[in-house]
Design a protein around this ligand. Sequence first.
Ligand SMILES: NC(=O)c1ccc[n+]([C@@H]2O[C@H](COP(=O)([O-])OP(=O)(O)OC[C@H]3O[C@@H](n4cnc5c(N)ncnc54)[C@H](OP(=O)(O)O)[C@@H]3O)[C@@H](O)[C@H]2O)c1
Length: 288
Amino acid sequence: MVDIEESADRVAVIGTGAIGGAVVRRLRAAGRDVTVWNRRSSRTAEMVELGAVPAASLGEATSASALILLTVTDHAAVRQCLDSVGEDLSGRTVVAMCTGTPGDARSTATRVAGLGGQYLDAGLQASPDMIGAGAATILYSGSPTAFEQHRATLGLVGAARFVGETPDAAAVWDLALFGVWYDAQLGLLRALDVVREAGIDVVEFSDTATSQLGHVVAGVPATVSELRGATYPPGPANLVEHHTVLRQILELRAGLRLGDGGLPEVVARIEALIAAGRHGEGLTATIG
Ligand SMILES: NC(=O)c1ccc[n+]([C@@H]2O[C@H](COP(=O)([O-])OP(=O)(O)OC[C@H]3O[C@@H](n4cnc5c(N)ncnc54)[C@H](OP(=O)(O)O)[C@@H]3O)[C@@H](O)[C@H]2O)c1
């Protein structure tokens, strides 16, 4: 094990796939000392040309560095890597830079703590291209001390945002944000599917669909304010009116290859609120 003082300025990047490769390029462009290890060693050749030092083993890479970035497929791969390190990681910070569930983040945090290291979970709101262009945002959670200690280095990879001290906070943010994109994109796909089936020109339709998506974006601050204030004004429609339209959309979506988007649960929730006398409230009441 290399002394922690000697390894203080060196970063280990474990996994030089699409994300790991982009991270190494960014760190090397900023002149940082980087050690790389990849399961298939042939994949580190380009990184070595950029000045990264190849480690002969995973243990050699983690031993050489105070900051260890695990840019591998998933948390199962992260934990497999940690199992094969199997040595004391005191004074070192391990960052899991992969998409995972809150449960994944908690399990990996426990494993890192068992090895004596500090843990940061990272949610990558970024593609390799965005990392390369310096346009990435990366969400971190876990040890605030580790985040402050390595903030400057993490900031080289992308805008570094600390979102909470529980190890799973970044995973909740990350998956919730991906969920926003999927819900909007799948809503658009369902709409395009039904209009095309009805013989309507999808290009003409898409202009209005774009405006409709804009209404969602414009309504974000008001929705959050309603939630925080626990008041749910009807806005453009109350729950009775929403109920009518949602049932009509359900009929329109019957038999769609992408299904109905979970609308029956929403309709049932609105019916329960109406039965409780809350018919005059708006849609935010469904989560209030
Ligand atoms: N690419 C994107 O646009 C993007 C965007 C946001 C988030 N992410 C997330 O970032 C993470 C990495 O994605 P990626 O695109 O970089 O994937 P990738 O290009 O497929 O690279 C995966 C890396 O993980 C390594 N690996 C897999 N299993 C391993 C194991 N058991 N032990 C050791 N190494 C292992 C691979 O090594 P080998 O080369 O030996 O196979 C490779 O270096 C994923 O969680 C992904 O969801 C990616």
